[in-house]
Design a protein around this ligand. Structure first.
Ligand SMILES: Nc1ncnc2c1ncn2[C@@H]1O[C@H](COP(=O)(O)OP(=O)(O)O)[C@@H](O)[C@H]1O
Ligand SMILES: [Mg+2]
Length: 355
């Protein structure tokens, strides 16, 4: 535990008068310099966790430790957290430089050092030379960068970002993802950012903590969360999937009733019932009907053209399977086409045993 920079231990928050906790026994840790995404649908408790770490909401129980020291009873302003919110919350009557300088003035940093640190912060977020502008004279993206500069200039213990990109339009959001990631890497600040956007979490974070209903479902690297989800919730929240309940008949081979036998990689005892999932892009599509292991012949019921990919809905046995096909792959099945879908055993995700 000592090598963890941040340790959240059995954190609970039940708001006054609430029937059930908004944050329910959540525990996780971050090493120094990590960027963790708290990911989950609206209302699952992400902001509440962030606000407890910042000191804006008091936990019902549990501990928040920085370098092993419980900070639960330390006042907000002494925690030295850098916070960035969805609404940039810059002071509109102040210049950008004054906005960034504000936290330093509060900390009684002298004028010369303030100016130097503000300029460095402006450089860091690529707002060099714009310090004299008013917040209202900047674009949304620039305002969000100024808000990030303001939170970093105090050299915070932790950088906490709550849906920092959700007010920006799609193109700017993509640019800002890379920029925030780069700024975080360059400063080495430990960061937790909240988002409900799967792509954002996958592309920006070192690890993801996926939440549902106040509970932590799974924590892991983007690859682990996407390729080895441990619950149906995580598997379906992070991307599309074809889900099956199947009976294991021999090691690594299960029968999906109404579909067929499915080979998978995973440790499940013979005669157990398992949950399996296949991502749509893992299904290979061929024209015509063929038989074989992990092959499913069927009829295309529906085709959605999505630019780079074609999403097919294929009826096979008692099931409808979703398959994504690259549009430049050479075959273009249509509604009514006979096709065969196949998948490699290692691309069949073993979610877990059904108990
Ligand atoms: N100040 C509050 N008082 C009472 N309930 C709250 C308060 N803030 C949030 N909640 C409730 O707690 C739950 C989690 O909210 P929140 O942490 O904002 O979720 P998220 O950020 O994941 O959308 C929601 O059901 C919300 O209605
Ligand atoms: Mg929120």
């Amino acid at each position: 535990m000592a090598d963890h920079h941040v340790n959240i231990d059995s954190l609970v928050k039940t708001y006054p008068g609430a029937q059930k906790p908004s944050v329910d026994l959540v525990s996780f840790s971050l090493p120094r310099g990590e960027m963790l995404a708290l990911l989950g649908p609206s209302g699952c408790g992400k902001t509440t966790i962030l606000r407890m770490i910042a000191g804006l909401v008091a936990p019902t129980s549990g501990a928040i430790r920085l370098d092993g020291r419980d900070i639960s009873s330390i006042a907000v302003y002494k925690r030295n957290m850098g916070m960035v919110f969805q609404a940039y919350a810059l002071f509109p009557h102040m210049t950008i430089a004054e906005n960034i300088s504000f936290g330093l003035e509060m900390r009684k940093v002298g004028k010369a050092e303030r100016d130097e640190r503000v300029n460095r912060a402006l450089d860091l977020v690529k707002l060099t030379g714009l310090g004299n502008r008013k917040a209202t004279q900047l674009s949304g993206g620039q305002q969000q960068r100024a808000a990030i500069a303001r939170s970093l200039v105090i050299e915070p213990e932790l950088l906490l970002l709550d849906e920092p990109l959700s007010n920006l339009d799609a193109k700017l959001r993509d640019e800002m993802r890379d920029e925030i990631r780069e700024i975080q890497a360059r400063t080495g600040v430990t960061a937790i950012f909240v988002t409900h956007d799967q792509d954002e979490a996958l592309s920006m974070a070192d690890r993801l903590a996926v939440m549902s209903n106040g509970k932590l479902e799974q924590i892991g690297t983007p690859r682990e969360i996407f390729d080895r989800p441990q619950t149906d919730f995580v598997a379906s929240f992070i991307g599309a999937g074809n889900f099956y309940t199947a009976k294991v008949v021999e090691p690594g081979l299960a029968i999906v009733e109404g579909l067929g036998p499915l080979r998978f990689v995973g440790d499940a005892p013979v005669r157990s019932t398992v949950r399996l999932m296949i991502r749509p892009h893992r299904l290979a599509v061929a024209l015509g009907r063929a038989e074989g292991i992990n092959c499913f012949a069927g009829t295309v019921e529906h085709v959605v053209y999505r630019g780079q990919i074609l999403t097919l809905t294929v009826r096979s046995g008692n099931y409808r399977l979703q398959a994504d096909l690259l549009t430049h792959a050479g075959i273009l099945p249509e509604k009514g086409s006979e096709v065969t879908l196949s998948v490699a055993p290692q691309d069949v995700t073993f979610i877990g045993q059904v108990v």
